[in-house]
Write a protein that binds this ligand. Structure first.
Ligand code: FES
Ligand code: CO
Length: 341
């Protein structure tokens, strides 16, 4: 599936940038192949416009903010948060400004990130109750570009067969290749997926998992939110909850912006932010290395043309089917890869 060629994918919210990144002025981003500019309006709310001035097509992201509007850096034309042209500084004061607009998109802040939907959203931003639950802290772990498809990261999240191999350097056990089963319940937003896995618990993981045992169990109550968000809710026997939320924001067909936010029910004294970042950085680097080696076209048509499958691929197969159903329910056909000669 080519994400940029499926209009229905424009109707979901994606996490695009930590809102902090906008405090010094406008910033560009490419979402589903669409160049946009993000900035803060007069109330400090994020705004998203096409990154193109209607005068001589300069990128608005090269400009600056003024009183909650964005000013083009080329000749100073000024737009409000809805993209309406409100000022042409070369015009005399009494001369009316022509009706003109930069296209605007839906934007809001959640979990410290700016989220954008390019067209009318079909659903809300996935809810994370722990963000408003006492006793939990929120840590922005990663914000990186990966050269892979969004669906690849989603499928990998629910693939219990890769731990023993990809993660043999961290929590996986190469001698235990047999994957644990997932219990999957499909929902309107995607699915809930529950599993209990045994992981290696090396000494540097003791403060992460809350135990010094050489192995420990991880009870996972995970969720997939269509199309490209996931929640990995890991509970250890120590009572520690390690909840990873990701958005695999599609930049293009072969590139994603990986957003990873962690929620933990412990304190900085129990396990520091840096320890948590370092621990998950080693794990996610293992995933990244492998996922960037896969074919970025995720082949939604159940992989019939190219890929072979095994039973533990079932969560990913459900995703592919649900995404195909989504396309069909919006009268879209899957746009396949370019034919390789
Ligand atoms: Fe933007 Fe001229 S190109 S003001
Ligand atoms: Co992994």
């Amino acid at each position: 599936m080519l994400n940029t060629k499926q209009p229905v994918l424009r109707r979901f919210w994606y996490a695009v940038m930590p809102v902090d990144h906008l405090k010094d002025g406008p910033r560009p981003f490419t979402l589903l192949g669409e160049p946009i500019v993000l900035f803060l309006d007069g109330k400090g709310e994020p705004a998203a416009l096409e990154d193109r001035c209607c005068h001589r097509t300069a990128k608005l992201s090269k400009g600056w903010c003024k009183d909650g509007n964005i000013v083009c850096g080329y000749h100073g034309w000024e737009y409000d948060r809805d993209g309406k042209l409100v000022m042409i500084p070369q015009f005399p004061f009494e001369q009316p400004i022509p009706e003109a607009k930069a296209r605007s998109f839906h934007a809001q802040t959640r979990y410290g990130y700016v989220w954008v939907a390019l067209d009318e959203p079909l659903s809300d931003i996935p809810d994370i109750p722990e963000d408003r639950t006492a006793g939990y802290r929120r840590i922005h772990q990663f914000y990186d570009k990966w050269n892979t498809a969004a669906l690849r990261l989603m499928e990998n999240s629910f693939d219990n067969a890769h731990f023993a191999f990809v993660h043999k350097g961290t929590f996986g056990d190469i001698n235990q290749p047999k994957p644990e089963k997932y219990e999957i319940v499909e929902t309107d937003y995607g699915f809930d997926a529950e599993t209990i896995i045994t992981i290696r618990n090396p000494p540097n993981a003791a403060r992460i998992t809350g135990t010094t045992d050489p192995t420990t169990k991880r009870h996972q109550r995970n969720k997939w939110f269509m199309p490209f968000c996931r929640r990995l809710d890991m509970e250890y026997p120590s009572g520690i909850r390690h909840i990873i939320f990701n958005c695999a924001t599609p930049v293009s067909d072969g590139q994603i912006q990986v957003v990873q936010i962690l929620f933990r029910n412990d304190t900085e004294a129990d396990c520091s932010t840096q320890e948590l970042i370092d621990w998950d950085a080693a794990i996610i680097a293992e995933d990244r290395d492998m996922l960037e080696s896969t074919d970025p076209d995720a082949i939604v048509d159940m992989g019939r043309k190219i890929e072979k499958h095994m039973p533990s691929d079932r969560p990913g197969m459900i995703m592919r089917k649900r995404l195909l159903d989504l396309l069909h329910s919006h009268n879209e056909e899957e746009q396949p890869r370019q034919q390789i000669a």
